[in-house]
Design a protein around this ligand. Sequence first.
Ligand code: GLU
Length: 326
Amino acid sequence: MTGLFGRFRGFVVVLSALVAGCAPVPSGAPGIGGGSVVVPRPADAVELTVPPSAVAVAPPSCDATASLRPSGGLPQAGQMPPGSTMERVLARGRLIAGVDQNTYLMGFRNPFSGELEGFDVDMAREVARAVFGDPGRIQFKVLTSDERIPALEKGDVDIVVRTMTINCERWQRVAFSTVYYQAGQRVLVPGSSDVTGIESLGGRRVCATKGSSSLANVANAPSRPVAVSVPNWTDCLVMLQQGQVDAISTDDTILAGFAAQDPYTKIVGPQFTAEPYGMAFPRQHEDFVRFVNALLERLRADGTWASIHRRWLGEPPAPPVAAYRD
Ligand code: GLU
């Protein structure tokens, strides 16, 4: 893994340079040796002056992590119940899964193989294996945080497996599996920073992606940071490296990937939120939710969950306990 980290670290430095290099240098900037050059920001970086509208109103309360109970055991791979969502996926010949491509460890593109990899990608492949008996029967669609729910609502994807926190507000638009990972929000800063956690970020610029619960949590933090919204998590790392934000705040899983990619960063402060991850589905596909919940029961019990955790995130704790609505 150390060698891999080293290679990806190089990749991010090059990527940062490429991203920076894509934006035109503003006219009048004299360049090397000629005074200051304005450092470009990632496209669509926005400083929020008010919290994202979705969280300005109090979300409805519900038992968010209670999902739909499996109806019996898992059907045999390759033989899905007639008329079911799984049968339609089987007939199509591939599962269409929404994932991330720039969150190292969770969902990222391996620059050497060109393949998508990570904890979430492996979990999505297990769903394909359960339907087809073959984890390779999968088509990935890369989604930003903000694209997840619309992609499910439009039917562009069968499932989203992308560091997605289960919450009551989202349950109004999509359905979730039981919890397959328990994350929590923390803070990442440059190694030299004096910041010790979210409470010391009042008035400072803190990056998170548009449409993420992380951005809402930053915007609503009692210490009153200035939330900076960007499309992709890698944009946050670029802005931190360029000194355009003081911190990134999101799930500890995503921050662990940044810390592995950039040794000049550190994770500080305790978790200040609970971010239970669920696989998400179009709301009407209750049969698929129950099917995946039966699969998750099996993956927790047979050691598959633990081995995927070990591969990407280190020694596994006990898997999250499933909760169901009665
Ligand atoms: N878990 C958070 C969310 O679902 C942040 C992760 C992300 O946006 O990728 O919004």
